[in-house]
Design a protein around this ligand. Structure first.
Ligand code: SF4
Ligand code: SF4
Length: 213
């Protein structure tokens, strides 16, 4: 089934390339900026998790060790969090982030591929969602109206950019639409935070990785 998902990923990669190309005047992601890989939950469907698991297996043993150590540490932090603040969502830095670089870039999930774009939720009254890093002087900050939490028409006019800042339908529910997946011949399956998958898979994971080496 992973081969069918890989076809979908190729289809989505083209889409994302067009989105980022279209918005390049507003996007300033650079190697080493990894704020979007930190302090979050990272929703992953089962098929995305299986893909990133392939990425984990493909890593050199020292990087793989670092990722596994990160996973162990985060699981302990999560247990502590659950005991102390069970009513708050647990957020963590992604275990695959090594020296501020994604160690499994080709295998990363769909949410990761959408980082940095302005988005909207279809059929909703909500205003477009500006990426959080706009407020930190990064993506879309050159046209941000911080008071209205919106794009400033004045700043856009002054910028002389040709393409308007645009919101895309990259809501996670849209990215993992099971009807589209059916057309490609696979299922996304259950969704949960990335770390929850590791908690579920931990024993199997260790066994498989030990056999792998
Ligand atoms: S998988 Fe890679 S891109 Fe996604 S959050 Fe982790 S480090 Fe960032
Ligand atoms: S989306 Fe924002 S936080 Fe993430 S790498 Fe790009 S500039 Fe940095």
């Amino acid at each position: 089934m992973l081969d069918k998902y890989i076809l979908y990923l190729e289809y989505m990669t083209n889409k994302f390339q067009n989105f980022f190309e279209n918005q390049k005047d507003y996007i300033c992601c650079k190697k080493g900026c990894a704020k979007c890989c930190k302090h979050a939950q990272f929703p992953y469907s089962e098929i995305e998790f299986r893909m990133i698991y392939e990425g984990l297996k493909s890593l050199d043993s020292d990087i793989q060790r670092q990722v596994l150590d990160n996973i162990d540490r985060i699981i302990i932090e999560k247990q502590k969090h659950n005991e102390e603040k069970s009513d708050e969502k647990f957020r963590y830095d992604c275990p695959f982030l090594i020296d501020n670089i994604c160690s499994v870039y080709m295998y990363r999930g769909l949410i990761c591929r959408s980082f940095g774009l302005m988005s909207f939720v279809p059929n909703s009254e909500e205003t477009p969602k500006i990426p959080f890093c706009a407020y930190e002087g990064l993506n879309y900050s050159n046209v941000l109206d911080e008071v209205k939490n919106n794009i400033s028409d004045v700043k856009f006019a002054e910028s002389k950019f040709v393409k308007e800042p645009m919101a895309y339908n990259i809501d996670y529910a849209t990215l993992i639409n099971e009807e589209i997946a059916k057309g490609f011949g696979f299922k996304f399956g259950e969704v949960k935070p990335l770390i929850e998958w590791f908690i579920q898979w931990k024993e199997e994971l260790m066994e498989k990785l030990n056999n792998f080496h």
